[in-house]
Write a protein that binds this ligand. Structure first.
Ligand code: A3P
Length: 304
C-alpha cells in the first residue's frame, strides 16, 4: 500500500511500517548485507525524538578515554553527531550503497530508525546493544512538521499542520506508526534488558546525570569514582547540551555528508513546544489514540 503526503513523494508500507522509496532501498540493502558485531552499539529512534542529542552523548561517553573532554579538536566540536554516529539505512546504505567500515573503531557506533523486526537479522540475533530513545508524541509530531517544512521534502499542498497531523494520527509518519515502533522496543527492553535500554527524552532532560550514568552502565563502561569526582559526567552533559551543540560553527554553517544543513537538526530542544501549535481538539484526539494504543503497557509520557 502507498499513501501520498508527508514528504512529497509517496510513502510505502513495507513490513508494516511507512517509508519513502529512497530510504526503502537503504533499508533493504542493510537488511541483506549488514553483518553486526557483538560489540556494536546501535541507537534507535522514531525520527525527531532527539537522536542527535543522544548520538553526541553516546559518542562522548564511549570515546572519553580516546577523546578527553578538554581536547581542543574533540570530534564533537568539529563534526555533526550524525557524521560521527551514522544511520545504517539513511546514510551508510542509502540508495543501496555498499559502505566501507574499515575506518570504524571498536565499538562501532551506529544508528537506525528501523522498527526492531526490520533491523538486519544479525543486529537482532547478536549481542549488539540497542539504545532506544523515545519522546512524547506531541513534541515529536511538532518537531517532524518543522523538519519536513525545513527540508522542503513535500509539496506545498501537503504540508499543512492539519494534513500532517491527520496522517500522523493514522500512523502514517515516516517509520510509523509511531506507537508500534515504540511499543515493540519497550516490550523488548522489558523482556531483554541487557539487549535494549529504553530512554525517554523528557526524563534525560529532567535528570541528565542519572540517565547518562544509566547509559554508561548499560554499555558496560560505567564512570569510576575518580571520573565522577573530576566532573566528567557534567562535562559531557555540558558539551552535548542544546546550547553548546547548536552554537558550534559546524552546526550553524556546516552540512552533513548526505547534504542536509546541520542547523536543521537544532530547533528549540524543549519539552512542551507542542502547546504553541496544538488546538484543544488536536490534543484530545491524540490523547485518546495514545491512551488506546499504550493501554496496559506501563509506558507514560511527560508533556511538560
Ligand atoms: P525540536 O524540533 O523540538 O526542537 P532528531 O535528532 O531525532 O532529529 O531530533 C531533533 C530534535 O531534538 C529537535 O527538537 C532538536 O531541536 C532537538 N535537539 C537537538 N539537540 C538537542 C540537545 N542537545 N538537547 C535537547 N534537544 C536537542
Amino acid at each position: 500500500p502507498k499513501e501520498k503526503g508527508w514528504i512529497g513523494s509517496y510513502i510505502y508500507n513495507y513490513q508494516g511500517f511507512w517509508i519513502s522509496p529512497r530510504l526503502l532501498q537503504g533499508a533493504i540493502a542493510c537488511q541483506q548485507q549488514f553483518q553486526a558485531q557483538d560489540s556494536d552499539i546501535f541507537l534507535v529512534t522514531n525520527p525527531k525524538s532527539g537522536t542527535i542529542w543522544l548520538k553526541s552523548l553516546l559518542f562522548a561517553l564511549v570515546n572519553r578515554m580516546k577523546h578527553p573532554m578538554f581536547e581542543p579538536n574533540h570530534p564533537l566540536l568539529i563534526k555533526n553527531p550524525h557524521d560521527l554516529v551514522p544511520f545504517l539505512e539513511l546514510t551508510l546504505y542509502v540508495d543501496g550503497q555498499v559502505p566501507d567500515f574499515s575506518s570504524f573503531t571498536t565499538p562501532r557506533l551506529l544508528s537506525s530508525h528501523l522498527p526492531f523486526a526490520s533491523l538486519p537479522k544479525s543486529v537482532q540475533d547478536s549481542k549488539t546493544k540497542l539504545v532506544y530513545l523515545c519522546r512524547n508524541p506531541k513534541d515529536t509530531f511538532i518537531s517532524m512538521w518543522h523538519f519536513a517544512n525545513n527540508l522542503r521534502l513535500h509539496h506545498k499542498d501537503t504540508n499543512s499542520l492539519e494534513k500532517l497531523f491527520d496522517l500522523f494520527c493514522k500512523g502514517m509518519s515516516v517509520y510509523g506508526p509511531f506507537w508500534d515502533h515504540m511499543l515493540d522496543y519497550w516490550k523488548r527492553s522489558i523482556e531483554n534488558p541487557n539487549k535494549v535500554l529504553f530512554l525517554m527524552y523528557e526524563e534525560i532532560k529532567k535528570q541528565p546525570k542519572m540517565h547518562l550514568k544509566r547509559l554508561a552502565e548499560f554499555l558496560e563502561c560505567p564512570f569510576s569514582i575518580k571520573e565522577e569526582n573530576c566532573g566528567i559526567v557534567d562535562e559531557i552533559l555540558r558539551m552535548c547540551s542544546f546550547k553548546s551543540l547548536s552554537n558550534l560553527e559546524v552546526n550553524t554553517t556546516g552540512k552533513l555528508s548526505t547534504g542536509e544543513e546541520n542547523k536543521v537538526f537544532f530547533r528549540r530542544g524543549e519539552i512542551g513546544d507542542w502547546k504553541n501549535y496544538f488546538t484543544t481538539e488536536m490534543s484530545e484526539k491524540l490523547n485518546n489514540i495514545i491512551e488506546q494504543k499504550f493501554q496496559g503497557s506501563g509506558l507514560k509520557f511527560s508533556y511538560i
